[in-house]
Ligand binder design. Sequence first.
Ligand SMILES: [Zn+2]
Length: 477
Amino acid sequence: MSAVLPWNDVNLLIVTDVHSWVAGHAHPDHTPLLDADYGYVLSLYEHLSAAAAASGRDVFFLQNGDLNDGTGFSRAPPAALLPLLQHLPFDALTTGNHELYQNTNIDFLAQPGGFIDSWRGSYLTSNTLNATTGQPLGARSRLLVGNASGVRVLAFGFLYDMKNHDDHVIVTRVEDVVREPWFFEALNATDAYDALLFLTHMDFRDSLVDVLHAAARSAVGAAVPIQFVTGHSHIRAYRDLDARAASYEAGHYLDTVGFASFGLSSSSSAAAAFAHLDIDANQASMAAAAGVDGPASLLTAAGAALQSEIKRVGAGLGLDRLLGCSPRAYARKSPLGAADSLWRLFLANITTDTALAGNASRIVMQSTGSLRYDVYPGPVTANDVWTMCAGARYASAGPASAPDVAARPARPGRCPFADRFWRVAPRAPRGTGHLLFRSDDVLDAPSSVLASATRACRPVWTSIDVYNVRTPYSRAL
Ligand SMILES: [Zn+2]
């Protein structure tokens, strides 16, 4: 058994906010390199699971939401992505906000015999309901029982009080759910479980974690260990809630595979010895965590099969297609005045010069959350464009009336940061308006156009400009 990991009575292996980065990171965006894909994650789980069983322990494998919106593997609906995720034998999953922005995605996940059903009660949506039936989209709770240890963990799956979801779901406020009878009935069956586990798609310090913690403590007393698996804010973080409760957030975009553990001391006064380790999604780091000799020994047969499948699916989606070349790096966090500012490039070159082309009747609205990832120098593939601008929900094509466009920035959630554009290029919103820069337009572009951009190996912005403008504007103007 790996000496790297803090094994205890209850052991958890966690991924959160992966946002479809199932193929890992092609660019050197982290030290050490994030060179592990989901094939390696599956392999790590298999090694840990076997090692745990050999010593009478278990490791529960958890997926904490935000499956989609991040790379070219994510489409609406996520028909290509979900079968890849089903290779991983998660013991419990919950939904993030990104699963719920479009009915297309919600319906696909929730269809009879679909992704949620495939988990047979382990997809936990304690406060996310089917808007038609009023019933949970998945299950409200699940008792996880370790095969080797017999450890019993009662698990819930909560989403923060999301308001801007699409209308095929209802997200009940956490503050209200903790007063519902089913919640107390589940908690009150204290003879049936040894610990509580809250998959919570919310920041590790979100006050709703404290709401859940207080409600659980009031029901079960001080003795029961409570682990909160948190996420949403895309960081690595941890806090203690009390001596026997903790909140742990394990990164994002497959930069981290989280390991958390705690003890089940029968003494209610003893601390539960919560521990956690952020395992880099790096082959060598994961091999060390797995307790194997090195990266060459990490990949299992099932992991290798998943890796092949990820490559096959990615190729089928055209994610490796070369769109052009970037002459330099562009970073989304660089200030607007910096030469490597991705936002400056986007605002000054792509929108103002090319998309708007001096035409004051055109406007562009773009969320500042929409540029999600940096651009690296050299060849730029279709997947690089997806990672840079991953969220189709931030954009829509087609005519919009001026009052509608003017109203949008004030609508919470939909386009909350549009002010950035207005500051840079203030234009009166008159005539027709459009939101543009749909990254799927790039992928759907005719191959002849792609070929010309590739042949010239021009800065990729030229090709992006073509595709941005092409679909929405050619239809409406
Ligand atoms: Zn997320």
